[in-house]
Design a binder for this molecule. Structure first.
Ligand code: BG6
Ligand code: MG
Length: 214
C-alpha cells in the first residue's frame, strides 16, 4: 500500500528543466561542444558536477578540477538568471491540486531532487509547505541513478521504500527509484522512461484513485 509520494522537482513540478538545458547548451558552446535534446536526457536528474563531466567527455575536452568548478559556477549563474522571474504560476498544471489532495488524505510527501537550488525554487513557487522532507543536492553524496536521494526521503518520512511512489522525468531518476525498491511513475515519454512502472504526461493526470490502484 502506498503511504508516501516522493517528487523529483525539475521537469516534474516545474518546467525548470528547459533552463538547465539552455544554460548547459550555452556553456558547452563556449567550449566548442554541441549538445542536443537527445544528449540532454543524460543530464537530467544528475548533479551539476556530473553534468560537467558528461559534457566534457562528450566533446573530448579536458579541464582541471579548478576549471570545472568555474564552469559549474558560470552555468549556475546563468540558471539563476533564468529563474529570477519564476513565480507560483509557473508550477505545472495539477501539481498544487494533487499535493493538496495527498496532504488532505494523510499521505506523506517528500522532495527528492539532485538540485542545490531546490529550496530556493520551492520558496519562489510557494509550495515548500507541502513537503515534510526535502532531500536535495545539498544533502546527498551520490547522484542519481544512485538510490540515496530517495532512500533518505523515505527514511525522513518514516515509510518503508516499498510503500513509496516516486514521480520522475529523468532516466537516471527512474533508475534510482527502482533501485531503491520503490514504485516509479514516469513523467514523460514511456519510450524514454522505459524502466518506469507506467508514465503520465504530467501531474494533472494523477488522482488519488490512480494512486490507490497501485
Ligand atoms: C536536476 C536536474 O534536478 O538537478 C539537472 O534535472 C540539474 O538538470 C541538477 O543539473 C542539478 O541542479 P543544480 O540546480 O544543483 O545545478
Ligand atoms: Mg527532473
Amino acid at each position: 500500500m502506498i503511504q508516501a509520494c516522493i517528487f523529483d522537482m525539475d521537469g516534474v513540478l516545474v518546467s525548470t528543466e528547459k533552463y538547465h538545458f539552455e544554460a548547459w547548451q550555452r556553456l558547452a558552446a563556449t567550449l566548442g561542444i554541441h549538445i542536443d535534446e537527445e544528449f540532454n536526457e543524460n543530464l537530467k536528474g544528475v548533479s551539476r558536477a556530473v553534468c560537467i563531466d558528461l559534457i566534457l567527455a562528450h566533446g573530448g575536452v579536458h579541464k582541471t578540477e579548478e576549471e570545472k568548478r568555474e564552469l559549474a559556477a558560470q552555468k549556475n549563474a546563468w540558471f539563476l538568471e533564468s529563474i529570477s522571474h519564476i513565480n507560483p504560476v509557473d508550477v505545472f498544471p495539477g501539481v498544487r491540486e494533487f499535493l493538496t489532495q495527498l496532504q488532505m488524505h494523510g499521505y506523506k510527501i517528500a522532495l527528492g531532487s539532485a538540485s542545490k537550488n531546490a529550496p530556493l525554487l520551492l520558496e519562489k513557487l510557494q509550495i515548500a509547505q507541502f513537503f515534510e522532507a526535502v532531500i536535495d543536492g545539498n544533502s546527498i553524496e551520490k547522484a542519481k541513478p544512485n538510490p540515496e536521494v530517495f532512500l533518505k526521503g523515505a527514511e525522513a518520512l518514516g515509510v518503508a521504500p516499498k510503500n513509496c511512489v516516486v514521480f520522475e522525468d529523468a532516466i537516471s531518476g527512474v533508475q534510482a527509484a527502482r533501485s531503491a525498491g520503490m514504485y516509479c511513475i514516469g513523467v514523460g515519454s514511456p519510450a524514454i522512461l522505459t524502466q518506469a512502472n507506467f508514465c503520465i504526461q504530467g501531474l494533472h493526470e494523477m488522482t488519488l484513485e490512480r494512486l490507490r490502484e497501485l
